[in-house]
Design a protein around this ligand. Structure first.
Ligand code: ASP
Length: 317
């Protein structure tokens, strides 16, 4: 049986590589999601997910995460959770609850603490310094406060034919307290059905929620489209519709995988992702929106990776 995994952004790659190893040895789809996302949550230099994530306008790091099981449609999610080491693990645990499976704010944090999840101050000195600088810059110029956000979203398929999806994000940098994006919302940030496939999103949550794009991609795959056809059709059509009717479409990027391990991607910005399956070794690609509603996908270059490494670790004065 085939297996596969796809996830948003370069930051997902180490986790995807690790999870692929497990999936190729009959590891379970849900475990692959949790492993991959925890790797990103734990790494301090990824400044939009977990430890080291960027805080809200008041300097508080509020995180969103979700987990979905494609066999049973069980979903668990948290929004605005604070001081908790791995929001994805809390979301996964919540997916076992019949009621109260999506918790926000204090309710989410309390659930995590009462269920033995590790309490941790997730705001690093580096992230705090970036926040201080942004506050100063905003005071001085008319800069948009919201630049600087990315979500890890992942879809996995195991050799039993089970699929799972997960997301984790600190949401928009400088968001207002209590703001929640698409990442913990089923249908917008993620969706998976083991009999069809799954999709997950990153980008401006306020606009992603307008299109429920993760669900729309799965729906189109269910009608027989390949993941790439479904991504191109759903994402670019909605990009055009939103531009026409709302005036502007924010940045959005989606990745999808079907239940045979075929994958697809669509984006309206420069976007990286990591993918692996039983035919293809884990690899990072760069995607861009091409003309005529098609996605241009090319392998990442060493030069790009070196520049990225330098950028995420650059000293903050
Ligand atoms: N989708 C996330 C949010 O709006 C942010 C991102 O993925 O860039 O919270």
């Amino acid at each position: 049986m085939s297996w596969g995994m796809i996830a948003t952004w370069r930051m997902a790659h180490d986790g995807v590589t690790q999870a692929s190893e497990a999936l190729s040895n009959n590891g379970q789809a849900g475990d692959a999601i949790e492993t991959t996302i925890r790797t990103v949550e734990d790494y301090p230099y990824y400044k939009s997910v977990g430890f080291g994530g960027l805080p809200n306008a008041e300097g508080i790091l509020e995180m969103d995460a979700a987990f979905m099981d494609g066999d049973t449609f069980k979903i668990g999610a948290v929004a605005g959770i604070t001081d908790t080491k791995n929001p994805i693990s809390v979301a996964r645990k919540l997916s076992d609850e019949k009621f109260n499976s999506f918790r926000v704010g204090d309710g989410a944090t309390k659930y995590a603490m009462l269920n033995g999840f590790e309490r941790k101050n997730m705001l690093t000195q580096r992230a705090h310094r970036i926040w201080e600088k942004r506050v100063e810059e905003i005071a001085k110029s008319n800069l948009s406060p919201y630049d600087g956000h990315d979500t890890i979203g992942a879809i996995s398929l195991d050799t039993n034919g089970s699929m799972a999806a997960g997301t984790s994000s600190s949401g928009l940098f400088m968001k207002k307290p209590g703001r929640v994006g698409d990442s913990p919302l089923s249908g917008s940030g993620f969706y998976v059905d083991s009999e069809i496939g799954g999709a997950t999103a990153t980008g401006l949550g306020e606009d992603l929620m307008k299109g429920c794009l993760a669900y729309e991609i799965v729906r189109q795959m269910g009608e027989g489209k390949t993941p790439q056809e479904a991504c191109d059709q759903a994402v670019y059509t909605f990009h055009d519709t939103l531009t026409k009717r709302y005036g502007k479409a924010g940045a959005f990027s989606l990745v999808a995988m079907n239940n045979t391990g075929q994958w697809g991607v669509a984006t309206n910005v420069e976007f990286t992702f990591s993918v692996a399956n039983d035919q293809e070794k884990p690899a990072i690609y760069l995607a861009n929106m091409g003309e005529n509603h098609q996605t241009i996908i090319e392998p990442i270059t060493q030069e790009w990776l070196d520049a990225y490494e330098k950028r995420i670790k650059a000293p903050i004065d």
